[in-house]
Write a new protein. Structure first.
Ligand SMILES: [Zn+2]
Length: 510
């Protein structure tokens, strides 16, 4: 590529916004912020990232494009298609790759306005899936290594997240200052301190006038919040209500909830939807709700310890004492759906978690959709699903942040949009550089050729800013010394190399 024709210029100055890496991506002509656009250099780097990812991880994945219905998560759309196309054990395993655009609804990056490449693995049994996951975790390590990143070993809770710590990074995290536990908020777990066992007592209705919040009820009845059962409502795409019951001191994690329900898109239920379902807002009760046309009742596993909770009576101004699960109500699903908040106990060591920022580069999760296939024995068995996500834009920001100096970016070879930054100086130098450019590109070498009519200073400054791995300069001086002056971006010293041996070194065997 000739720089005289390259779309997008380097900038000497930009308003500092975001991380240093982000600012450099803008200055070096990879990225523009308003509107958010990857210029050709950036788009090419992201394409390299994708190729490297495929080489390390999803060689066997077949690319697909899906168009989910409005508000439908892309994962759900893929599951729907898989459910129709995968019939028998002969169709397994299957690997599908789908790219999602910023703003599309996915369960993986609810709060991140960024591109994701999702690789879905469909497996015939849990063992096969675990083998694949073991290989995938190794593959991600290889990928990160090639990108020059050392992501701390991912931590499994019920999935893996590869996180680069970065103040001001785009991903919201919680982390434990004691043991180092770290996870994105939407997947993080907490330790739920078990309540002391009690003898279950008979249910009792009490008047609680005006007590429509957990605080008010707990104060009125005289119990701590963790002795109440809180009702939270969502509705699905058809307006059917999902009734969630969770201990009163906890909040609901909507991502975990959606997954527990098999990837159902959820929104907070409206008053009208509650009314239609016969639910008295403020006094809602899980007791007696079975068989009343709800989409589902979901109980958080926090209700499994302790006894005699205070819950609504589904009657204006009344609550029930001594509600016990599962004695008094049944749930369609029982899951860990509590949200991790700063101050909540770490799932590993119990110390209070802290809120923080960082960059999540990749995630891997097991999914439990309701999909089945025909086994060789002609029975139906559940399909096990893994979902591996890469966030290429996050990766680019992390690499730019961790690989630069005061003069500009320093791309690892695997991600560099071009391998060689070729500079011709003066008439003679430009002529020789043109010849070298033709020879290198003919051999398939990726060269960015600064053929512009600019001063050496401008050309060197731009080369450092853009940060390709190798800089090759041809001018009067280098020609007098017998060739081309070669310098690696990461090194201080340059050396003169003969033209032919440079070609042989850069594009060997072609
Ligand atoms: Zn901890």
């Amino acid at each position: 590529m000739r720089m005289s024709q390259l779309f997008g210029k380097t900038l000497r100055k930009v308003e500092a916004r975001g991380s240093e890496g982000m600012v450099l991506l803008v200055r070096a002509g990879f990225l523009r912020r308003e509107p958010h656009a990857w210029l050709p250099l950036g788009a090419r780097m992201l394409q390299k990232c994708r190729e490297l990812w495929d080489a390390c991880l999803s060689q066997s994945a077949q690319q697909m494009m899906v168009r989910p219905r409005p508000k439908e998560a892309v994962e759900k759309a893929v599951m729907n298609i898989a459910g129709k196309e995968i019939a028998s054990y002969r169709d397994l395993p299957a690997f599908l790759e789908v790219e999602t655009r910023p703003g599309s609804k996915t369960l993986f990056h609810l709060e991140e306005d960024t591109t994701a490449i999702l690789c879905f693995g469909f497996h015939s049994d849990p063992e096969e899936m675990e083998d694949y996951i073991t290989e995938a975790v190794k593959g991600v390590s290889r990928f990160l290594e090639a990108c020059g990143l050392e992501a701390p070993a991912p931590q499994e809770s019920d999935g893996w997240d590869w996180i680069i710590p970065l103040e001001g990074g785009p991903s919201r995290l919680v982390r434990c200052p004691e043991c180092g536990y770290e996870a994105p908020v939407r997947w993080a777990k907490i330790r739920k301190e078990p309540l002391p066992p009690e003898e279950p007592r008979p249910i009792e209705e009490v008047a609680t006038p005006g007590c429509t919040t957990i605080e008010a009820v707990a104060n009125f009845v005289g119990v701590p919040k963790n002795k109440t059962a809180k009702a939270v409502f969502y509705s699905d795409e058809n307006g059917q209500v999902v009734f969630v019951v969770i201990r009163g001191d906890l909040d609901v994690n909507e991502t975990r909830l959606a997954c527990a329900l098999g990837w159902v898109p959820l929104k907070p239920a409206t008053e009208a939807e509650l009314f239609m379902a016969g639910i008295v807002a403020g006094y809602a009760s899980p007791v007696g709700m079975s068989g009343r046309g709800l989409r589902a009742i979901v109980a958080d596993d926090s209700l499994l310890t302790g006894a005699n909770f205070v819950a609504g009576a589904n009657k204006e101004g009344y609550h029930l004492l001594n509600v016990n699960y599962p004695r008094d109500f049944k749930a369609d699903a029982e899951a860990d759906i509590a949200l991790a908040r700063p101050g909540d106990p770490c799932p590993r060591c119990g110390a209070p978690l802290e809120g923080g920022c960082g960059i999540v580069i990749a995630s891997l999760r097991r999914a439990r959709p309701n999909l089945t296939y025909n086994t060789p024995e002609k029975t139906r068995a559940p399909i096990c699903v893994s979902v591996l996500a890469l966030y290429p834009e996050h990766l680019a920001e992390a690499v730019a942040q961790l690989h630069h100096d005061e003069r500009g970016l320093m791309w690892p070879r695997a991600l560099a949009p071009y391998q060689v930054h070729l500079i011709g100086l003066g008439e003679e130098g430009l002529r020789a550089a043109e010849e070298l450019y033709q020879k290198l590109t003919a051999r398939g070498c990726e060269v960015l050729f600064d053929d512009r009519d600019e001063s050496p200073g401008v050309k060197f400054t731009d080369a450092d800013l853009i940060g390709l791995p190798i800089r090759a300069v041809i001018g009067k001086r280098s020609l007098a010394q017998g060739g081309v002056e070669v310098k690696e971006r990461r090194e201080k010293e340059s050396k003169i190399t003969e033209m032919d041996s440079f070609i042989a070194h850069i594009a060997p065997g072609s």
